[in-house]
Design a protein around this ligand. Structure first.
Ligand SMILES: [Zn+2]
Length: 314
């Protein structure tokens, strides 16, 4: 089966690889993985230009290695329109990214068919098809990193919703977030600003009345060293997120829940509080649905972009 050229466009880097999707049962093969800095601050036009150059380079490289890709799959930050290739929404992390016409840009470099989905959807698709969700039919994927995102994958297909907004798991209500500014602009109490990696730092700094830490990794390190505030921040934050995931499960009734991202490395206390919060909130029939850790790591969005493209191209 031929390879797909894939890109994962994030706030800090653009990753790329050629992905060969296997027949059922086997693992996908990720070839010639490479990445370049996004340099988001230079603006959306510059990022688009950089993506075009990167695509050109990768296609040259493919030729040198005898790879003949049959299409391009893209996992993009923000909310892309998969039909038109336009980025219809993006946060301040990527200024000028909204409005970019990605299909148009790539068609200046190659005649290959291109298909793009959101990076969180791609991540979920990858895990659903080849990772921790491969035995699930209705999978809820939650990514907990710098922010919090999610995707709902039903029978191997992403559920996008009426506005392409389905799965925005970071923007569900949580009392722990009341008074803390969310990336969407509200201070009314969303889970993201207190349970993402940045959120762990925010919560720690609020409770210590200072601004000592900058990210979730620092909070996890402090907790490891026995810092009691850090330990309580990790437990409270994971518990609140678990309660939210329980509520999401009550709404969509999944048979698998996969949790991925840097914050899932915060340790056993984080996972245990997450699972306790989940069980407290989930309805009786859903309490035993496993919260599994993602298995594909940083390759998940590339693999998922290949899955999405292969479902659409041809
Ligand atoms: Zn929000």
């Amino acid at each position: 089966m031929a390879e797909l050229l894939t890109f994962d466009i994030g706030g800090t880097k653009i990753a790329s690889a050629f992905v060969r999707l296997p027949e059922e049962g086997d693992a996908p093969v990720v070839l010639l993985r490479d990445e370049i800095p996004t340099r988001a601050a230079e603006g959306g036009d510059a990022v688009r230009e950089r993506l075009m150059e990167f695509a050109y380079q990768q296609l040259q490289l493919a030729g040198e290695h005898g790879i003949v890709p049959r299409g391009i799959g893209i996992a993009a930050a923000g909310v892309p329109d998969s039909k038109t290739g336009e980025i219809i929404s993006a946060t301040d992390l990527l200024p000028g990214w909204k409005g970019q016409q990605i299909y148009q840009a790539l068609h200046q470099v190659t005649v290959l068919p291109v298909y793009m989905v959101g990076d969180v959807v791609a991540h979920g698709l990858g895990e659903a098809q080849y990772g921790a969700g491969r035995t699930s039919r209705i999978m809820l994927s939650i990514g907990v990193g710098t922010g919090i995102g999610g995707a709902i994958i039903i029978d191997g297909q992403p559920f996008f919703g009426a506005h392409g907004m389905a799965g925005h798991a970071g923007h569900v209500a949580s009392p722990l977030g009341v008074g803390v500014l969310c990336s969407c602009g509200t201070t009314q109490g969303h889970i993201e600003p207190v349970a993402s990696g940045t959120g762990l730092a925010t919560l720690y700094n609020i409770r210590t009345d200072g601004s000592q830490v900058h990210n979730g990794g620092e909070v996890a390190a402090l907790a490891n060293d026995g810092d009691e505030t850090a330990i309580s921040v990790i437990k409270d934050s994971a518990h609140a997120l678990g309660v939210c995931i329980g509520g999401m499960a009550n709404l969509i009734d999944p048979d698998g829940i996969v949790v991925s991202g840097s914050v899932t490395k915060a340790g056993a206390d984080w996972w245990s509080a997450l699972r306790i919060g989940y069980r407290e909130s989930a309805l009786p029939l859903l309490r035993d649905v496993q919260l599994r850790e993602g298995e594909l790591g940083g390759d998940a969005p590339l693999i998922g972009a290949a899955v999405a493209a292969s479902q659409t191209i041809n």
